[in-house]
Write a protein that binds this ligand. Structure first.
Ligand code: PLP
Length: 440
């Protein structure tokens, strides 16, 4: 099992808690249906959810993205405010005055878009400046910008790793990373989540040769549980075995480390990590992705990552938002400190309620008792004015269902107090509901 090679089926199979699931493998598994039948089957599933007020997907937001948002309630049609505990906008940069001002200035200089990929007409002075600043921020020689974090992972995996190489990766790796593995049909092996021992075992069997490399892929912060990779142990294993280490630091960038550089900085191992990938859709509050590494690797990737070559560049206004976000990260370290205080305050409060929780990041995962109907509990949170994300069966086994609370630097003590009060109500009122046994 430990050494079993992942195939295009198993990269996405045996889902056990990460962020890599597909409804195709859950709802439609084993069913042989034509398109009309599949669509009808899924409509029935959605209708069931809607009728029982259990569908909170795609709530219509009509305000600035901040600690409080305004939405149109899907069940009453009325506008109402919710406290946002489900956003990756950890430092509040999506609505930061400096960021907004810089974007407005940028629109008047550059307009709203660019109309082409970077290798043709999609590379401005701003793109170049951002790549240089990202490389500095991550302490690497060079950086390149992708239009999405998803595209950055797909481009990295398909562009850099060859069929004769081997890829060893954490079983909870993000769907974008797994999709890259499937697209490239790589020789790949999963190890148990955050298990340095599991990786060590694989490395005993696979070593680089003159014509092939061993790549290791992990994340800095895992978004489903908010736990962090043991990078100190992973770095020493990869160095000892001559493997190339790649980190997806989507959720660690701007949050982890003394200067916010990320999870590698948190562990003091930045120089030992070969490739760092990140996104602009979390801390920076916009959209886009990037990869940092040596200059030769980045120069190579620009021509081998198809999601870079064949996809239009981010509009300059998005680039200016990230540049301004970097200004804030560099000049307002108090935001990171405030975020950390908010996380601690929330964790302490949750523990005082007798609910177990822990985290090393800005995400707190709350395991839901098997006796709780998580969809009803999610609707209760919604009614109480709290926006949280739920991770539900059948996407995870019943005993691993959870709520994900994401903290922001600009949450106030009152916001957190309201979250804790609501949590107490939800846990008291929804804990003895009948256990869900079916998807619908
Ligand atoms: N990697 C990780 C760990 C993520 O959590 C995400 C987004 O959820 C991505 C990559 C993809 O990034 P984006 O949403 O910016 O395309």
């Amino acid at each position: 099992m430990l050494l079993s090679k992942t195939t295009n089926d198993t990269v996405c199979q045996e889902y056990s808690g990460g962020e890599n699931f597909s409804l195709r493998d859950i709802l439609l598994k084993g069913k042989r249906l034509n398109l009309t039948e599949r669509v009808n089957y899924f409509s029935g599933f959605l209708n069931n959810l809607n009728e029982s007020k259990q569908n909170l997907c795609m709530r219509l937001v009509s305000s600035v993205s901040d600690r409080e948002i305004e939405i149109t309630d899907p069940y009453t049609g009325n506008k109402r405010k919710l406290l946002m505990f489900g956003s990756n906008n950890y430092l509040g940069l999506a609505s930061h005055p400096h960021v907004r001002k810089e974007v407005e200035k940028c629109i008047s200089s550059y307009g709203v878009g660019i109309g082409g990929p970077p290798l043709l007409n999609g590379y401005t002075k701003l793109h170049q400046e951002l790549e240089e600043r990202l490389a500095n921020f991550k302490h690497k020689e060079a950086a390149m910008i992708f239009s999405t974090g998803y595209g950055a992972n797909v481009g990295l995996v398909t562009g850099l790793i060859n069929c004769n190489d081997k890829l060893l990766y954490d079983e909870y790796s993000h769907a974008s990373f797994c999709d890259g593995i499937k697209m490239a049909n790589l020789d790949s092996y999963k190890f148990k989540h955050n298990s340095a021992e599991g990786l060590a075992e694989l490395l005993k069997h696979y070593s680089p040769t003159k014509s092939s490399d061993i790549f290791v892929g992990v994340e800095g912060v895992y978004s489903m549980d908010g736990d962090i990779a043991p990078l100190d142990k992973i770095v020493s294993l990869t160095k000892k075995n001559g493997a190339i280490l790649m980190i997806d630091d989507a959720h660690g960038t701007g949050v982890m480390g003394k200067t916010g550089s990320g999870t590698a900085e948190h562990f003091g191992v930045t120089d030992e990590v070969d490739i760092i990938m990140g996104t602009f859709s979390k801390t920076f509050g916009v959209v886009g992705g990037f990869v940092c590494s040596t200059k030769p690797i980045i120069d190579y990737l620009r021509f081998f990552a198809r999601s870079y070559m064949f996809s239009a560049s981010l509009p300059p206004m998005v680039i200016s938002a990230v540049l301004a976000g970097l200004d804030v990260i560099e000049t307002e370290p108090e935001l990171r400190e405030k975020l950390q205080r908010n996380v601690k305050y929330t964790l302490d409060g949750i523990k005082r309620l007798g609910i177990s929780a822990d985290t090393q990041s800005a995400i707190i995962a709350l395991r839901v008792p098997e006796t709780m109907n998580i969809r009803k509990a999610a609707y209760k949170f919604h009614k109480l004015g709290i926006f949280v994300n739920s991770v539900e069966y059948p996407a995870v086994p019943l005993n691993q269902q959870r709520f994900r609370i994401s903290l922001m630097a600009n949450h106030t003590r009152e916001d957190i107090y309201k979250l804790l009060q609501s949590l107490q109500v939800v846990w008291a009122e929804c804990n003895s509901e009948k256990i869900q046994t079916k998807a619908a």
